[in-house]
Design a protein around this ligand. Structure first.
Ligand SMILES: [Ca+2]
Ligand SMILES: [Ca+2]
Ligand SMILES: [Ca+2]
Length: 255
C-alpha cells in the first residue's frame, strides 16, 4: 500500500529530477545557459597531383572563424568544430584558383599537373575541417611555364598573351578601324587593308609595285620615280630616276 506521504515523496523526487534535467539542458528562462566561444584559424588550400604524386599547398593562415556552444554544460569541442567550419568556409569563399595555381607554379616551375581540391581549411590542435571553393576551374589540368601558370592565349579577351602583339578585347579589336588592334591580335600593319598612321594608302592584297595607280606594297601612293607609268597620276613616263636629258624627266617626256 502506498500512503499519501510516500506519494508526496515520489512527486517531490519527480519534480526535483525534472528541474535538474531542465537545469542541465540549459533551457533559457528555466535552466542556467552558458555560451562557450572558440576560435579557429583558416587558410586557403589547394591539392594537386604531378606525375601521380599528391601535394598540398596551404597559404599562410589569414582567416579567423569563431564558433559557440550553448547550454548548462556547453561543449568546447562543438564550439571548436563550428569555429573551424566557419574558418574553412570563409577561406574557401576567398580562394582564388589562379592565384593559388601561380603559387604552385612557383614551386614546380615547368610541369603539368591536375587540381584535386581547391578550398579552405580550418584547423586547430584538435579539429580540422575543409570546405571546397564554390567556383572550381572547368578544366582540372594545368601547366606551369617558367614558374607561372600557363594560359592558352585567347585573342579577344583583352589580355596580351603568348605571341599576341596586342589585344584590346573582343569589342575593340577591329579590322576596319585605323590603328586598332586587329581581330587576329596583330598590330595594324601595311597590307591589312586599312590606312593606318604612317601609311598613305593600304588596299591589302591589292597593294602592288607594278600595277599603274596601285597602292604600293610599302603603303605609299604611286609616285614619280617608282618606275611604273602611273598615267592616272598624270605621268607620261617613269624611268625610275630623276635624271634630266635621258628622255624622261620628272615623269614627262623630254623632246
Ligand atoms: Ca589575348
Ligand atoms: Ca594598314
Ligand atoms: Ca610612277
Amino acid at each position: 500500500m502506498i500512503n499519501s506521504n510516500d506519494s508526496n515523496r515520489i512527486w517531490q523526487k519527480f519534480l526535483l529530477v525534472t528541474l535538474l534535467i531542465l537545469f542541465l539542458a540549459g533551457i533559457p528562462g528555466i535552466g542556467i545557459s552558458k555560451t562557450l566561444t572558440r576560435g579557429c584559424k583558416g587558410a586557403e588550400m589547394i591539392q594537386y597531383e604531378i606525375n601521380s604524386k599528391k601535394y598540398t599547398h596551404i597559404e599562410p593562415f589569414r582567416y579567423n572563424g569563431t564558433g559557440t556552444s550553448k547550454g548548462a554544460v556547453p561543449s568546447p569541442n562543438k564550439a571548436r568544430e563550428r569555429a573551424c567550419k566557419a574558418a574553412a568556409q570563409q577561406a574557401a569563399r576567398a580562394a582564388n584558383v589562379d592565384r593559388l595555381l601561380n603559387k604552385v607554379c612557383a614551386k614546380h616551375p615547368n610541369s603539368r599537373a591536375r587540381v584535386l581540391f581547391v578550398g579552405g581549411i580550418g584547423s586547430s590542435k584538435e579539429v580540422k575541417k575543409t570546405h571546397s571553393a564554390p567556383n572550381l576551374p572547368l578544366t582540372r589540368e594545368f601547366r606551369c611555364q617558367n614558374g607561372r601558370l600557363y594560359h592558352k592565349p585567347i585573342c579577344g579577351n583583352g589580355k596580351k598573351e603568348g605571341l599576341e602583339e596586342c589585344d584590346n578585347g573582343h569589342n575593340k579589336n577591329s579590322d576596319t578601324i585605323s590603328d586598332a588592334c586587329r581581330s587576329n591580335c596583330k598590330r595594324p600593319y601595311c597590307g591589312d587593308g586599312v590606312t593606318d598612321s604612317g601609311e598613305e594608302c593600304d588596299d591589302g592584297r591589292k597593294n602592288h609595285d607594278e600595277i599603274p595607280g596601285a597602292c604600293r606594297t610599302n603603303c605609299k601612293r604611286p609616285y614619280c620615280g617608282d618606275g611604273v607609268l602611273d598615267y592616272h597620276e598624270g605621268e607620261r613616263c617613269d624611268d625610275g630616276n630623276d635624271n634630266p636629258k635621258d628622255g624622261c624627266y620628272q615623269c614627262q617626256e623630254e623632246l
